[in-house]
Design a protein around this ligand. Structure first.
Ligand code: PHE
Length: 361
């Protein structure tokens, strides 16, 4: 038989069958029986060896064309069957687009933001407002105006990140505390002041309780006749409501900061049991913030008359009190951006009503 005839026969036998194959299994059976190693077309190809060279070339061409045609038809049919299968599968599953998002898909509030919210809310209730300042500061605001002159050892204590010196000789730096915003506030507006200043701060430090970037909340009260009693009352109320322990033992321990006089550090009563810290019970003390009456020199540096205006200031480590309140032992995890950590230590966002619920009300 002529090669063309043989080819037409195979084509008639398979092409239609391929184009109407009912499923992927039927299609695969057809493929094997025509293109497979022992299939019809391979059989014909094998017969080519017995032909004269001219005939062989012509017949080879015919068979190869058929092979391409059938292979293409199989691929087309396969694609169609696969997408039909997918659609059938999807319509069986019946996706409900109004179903609520699965809880594990929603993000969480970072402990630092959670604690900043808690803390500012407590101070807002006491009549404080929120102020902010830049992370990049001048040496003057961060040190000099706060009564830390260039040769003062406290400058070394702060492990500062400096920028290159400017042409005017001043150096910019990453602020080592939020206290420079005291200076910005007092030089920008006349007293009285009653502000808290949350923000990022930077020191060259890294271990289980220190990261090069961390968070502080500064407080500043400037008015007439402010005294240490106001400072003690305000901070006692703050610490007790933050830790939600009404009779939390508190200790004001004398300390030193160049920008406050007198200065104190506040410790809270706690104990350590099985490696975990319990707040409010036991014999141990744990330092949580620095504070003091604003040094008259600082008031003077800001153009205020210390005989007329007095006040107090304090600085709290936000990350530190977040670790204490929520039992997080290693500070470094705070800033690794590891989703598993965030899911574990993060807080649920407010459960707001969806639009659907809102409209039906
Ligand atoms: N700025 C101080 C620090 O970072 C904390 C502090 C602020 C102390 C205000 C007293 C008054 O350690």
């Amino acid at each position: 038989m002529e090669a063309k005839q043989q080819s037409d026969q195979v084509q008639a036998e398979f092409l239609d069958a391929i184009e109407t194959a009912l499923d992927l299994t039927a299609l695969e059976t057809l493929r094997v029986s025509v293109l497979g190693r022992k299939g019809r077309l391979s059989e014909l190809m094998r017969g080519l060896g017995a032909l004269e060279p001219d005939q062989r070339r012509a017949a080879g061409l015919v068979f190869n064309l058929l092979k391409t045609e059938l292979a293409q038809a199989i691929e087309t049919r396969r694609a169609t069957l696969e997408s039909e299968g997918l659609l059938a599968e999807l319509s069986k599953q019946g996706i409900d687009v109004t179903a609520p998002v699965r809880p594990e898909q929603s993000g969480t509030i970072h402990p630092v933001n959670q604690v900043l919210d808690e803390v500012t809310e407590i101070f807002a209730d006491m009549g404080f407002s929120v102020a902010e300042g830049p992370d990049i500061e001048t040496e003057f605001n961060n040190f000099t105006a706060l009564n830390i002159p260039p040769e003062h050892p406290a400058r070394q204590m702060h492990d500062t990140f400096y920028f290159r010196e400017r042409s005017d000789g001043d150096r910019l730096l990453l602020r080592t505390h939020t206290s420079p915003v005291q200076i910005r506030t007092m030089t920008a507006e006349p007293p009285p002041h009653r502000i808290v200043i949350p923000g990022r701060t930077y020191r060259h430090d890294y271990d289980i309780t220190h990261t090069p970037m961390f968070h502080q909340l500064e407080g500043l009260v400037i008015d007439r006749d402010i005294h240490m009693g106001h400072l003690k009352g305000c901070l006692t109320d703050f610490v007790r409501s933050f830790f939600e322990v009404e009779d939390l033992p508190l200790r004001f321990r004398p300390s030193y900061f160049p920008f406050t006089e007198p200065s104190a550090e506040v410790d809270i009563g706690c104990s350590i049991k099985d490696g975990a810290r319990l707040i409010g019970v036991g014999e141990e003390w744990m330092e949580i913030l620095g504070c003091g009456m604003v040094n008259p020199r600082v008031l003077h540096n800001c153009g205020l008359d210390p005989s007329e205006w007095q006040g107090f200031a304090f600085g709290v480590g936000i990350d530190r009190i977040a670790m204490l309140k929520y039992g997080i032992r290693d500070l470094r995890g705070f800033f690794d951006c590891d989703l598993r950590w965030l899911k574990n230590y993060g807080f649920a966002a407010l459960d707001l009503p969806t639009i659907g619920q809102g409209l039906s009300r």
